[in-house]
Design a protein around this ligand. Structure first.
Ligand code: NAD
Ligand code: IPM
Ligand code: MN
Length: 353
């Protein structure tokens, strides 16, 4: 049997409620497929840790995590006790950057058994991948404030797009599109208004496209692209976007499939020089924390993606199949119109393995 070293970081809020369900599902599937996961449970990278230590993580966090095969992550953020930019720039955003997880892969799927908020859509009509640039772009700390607190106050925050960073996410998206049956790639752009960086993204995409003659490239401005997520979601296959555009699209997409409680993500360093990180798209949901009603599927599906990227495809498929079955049969959490608890749903998924 193969052994993998996994760092388990529940984080804050419902991260602490959905993580046990991912571990339950992993334990079932790893037993069935004879996989050994050597888990390291981590209580830092959380706002509780910050409250106690005045920092989100120990100084040597990078060496502690660097030789892991993967990181399984819940959610971070507890804005009542720690400002979000402190907690997120002190944890998740450091992981993405320092471990060069430059791809954020976020599947969007309408499942059988899940009521769709869009009229006339059935399972299978929505099935696409958002490929989000994950290390640069709009997420920089370059800039500053001057004349703070006065009428002359000026605030500047730069966006930084590098050729390396842009080309590699475009290539990854083209490769993905090439492997899919529809071979269609949408580029989120805004080259009418954001007149320096976005026309350049278009140019980079055109150049990368020459290596993929069988992939059809469709550039859409982010505003109408968002509208089409709602009106014509069947039009999308792979969607590639800058960091911020991809962030927004990856909540909007899942909302169109019923609930963001289903949406998983894989923060990838595809070359494997550093560990990749797997986490739900959603956050710590302070509004529902403590009631055991969070949907655990996003977390469990993220754990399945982890298995897939470790090369354990059969285990991934079995886990996804169990998720699909429970979405049809129930039990279902309230965001899916049911009354089940996080635990009920997690147990049902694990039992199906
Ligand atoms: P959120 O994703 O935590 O919650 C948005 C809404 O979706 C809430 O109404 C919540 O109850 C609901 N929701 C989220 N996940 C759900 C689930 N699994 N089941 C059912 N309902 C679910 O976004 P927010 O409210 O903007 O952020 C809350 C905190 O989480 C903030 O601190 C924010 O910075 C942080 N955050 C962290 C991550 C992350 O760690 N990756 C992602 C997004 C937000
Ligand atoms: C996400 C989250 C993060 C992001 C926040 C918490 C910094 O919204 O993973 O989508 O913006 O990337
Ligand atoms: Mn987000």
């Amino acid at each position: 049997s193969k052994t993998y070293k996994i760092a388990v970081i529940p984080g804050d809020g419902i991260g602490k409620e959905v993580m046990p369900e991912a571990l339950r599902a992993l334990s079932a599937v790893c037993q069935r497929f004879d996989i050994l996961l050597e888990m390291t449970h981590i209580d830092w990278a959380s706002c509780d840790y910050y409250t106690q230590h005045g920092t989100m993580m120990p100084d040597d966090w990078k060496t502690r995590l660097a030789d892991m095969d993967a990181i399984l992550f819940g959610a971070v953020g507890w804005p009542d006790s720690v400002p979000d930019h402190i907690s997120l720039w002190g944890s998740l955003l450091q992981f993405r950057r320092e471990f060069d997880q430059y791809i954020n892969l976020r599947p969007v799927r309408l499942f059988e058994g899940v009521p769709c908020p869009l009229a006339g859509r059935k399972a299978g009509d929505i099935d696409f991948l958002v490929v989000r640039e994950n290390t640069e772009g709009e997420y920089t700390n370059l800039g500053g404030r001057i004349f703070a607190g006065t009428e002359r106050e000026v605030v500047i925050q730069e966006s930084v797009f590098t050729r390396l960073g842009t080309d590699r996410v475009l290539k990854y998206a083209f490769e993905l599109a090439k492997q899919r049956s529809r071979k269609h790639l949408t580029l989120a752009t805004k080259s009418n208004g954001i007149a320096i960086s976005m026309p350049w993204w278009d140019e980079r995409a055109d150049e990368v496209a020459t290596g993929y003659p069988d992939v059809q490239l469709d550039k859409q401005h982010i505003d109408i692209l968002s509208a089409r997520f709602v009106l014509q979601p069947d039009r999308f296959d792979v969607v590639v976007a800058s960091n911020l555009f991809g962030d927004i699209l990856s909540d909007l997409g899942p909302a169109c499939t019923g609930t963001i409680g289903l949406a998983p993500s894989a923060n990838l360093n595809p070359e494997g020089r550093f560990p990749s990180l797997f986490e739900p798209v959603h956050g710590s949901a302070p509004d529902i924390y403590g009631r055991n009603i969070a949907n655990p599927v996003a977390m469990i599906w993220s754990a399945a993606l982890m298995l897939k990227f470790l090369g354990e495809t059969a285990a991934h498929d079995a886990l996804l199949h169990a998720i699909e079955t429970v979405l049809v049969q129930g039990p279902r959490t309230p965001d899916l119109g049911g009354q089940a608890s996080t635990t009920d749903m997690g147990v049902a998924i694990a039992q199906l393995i």
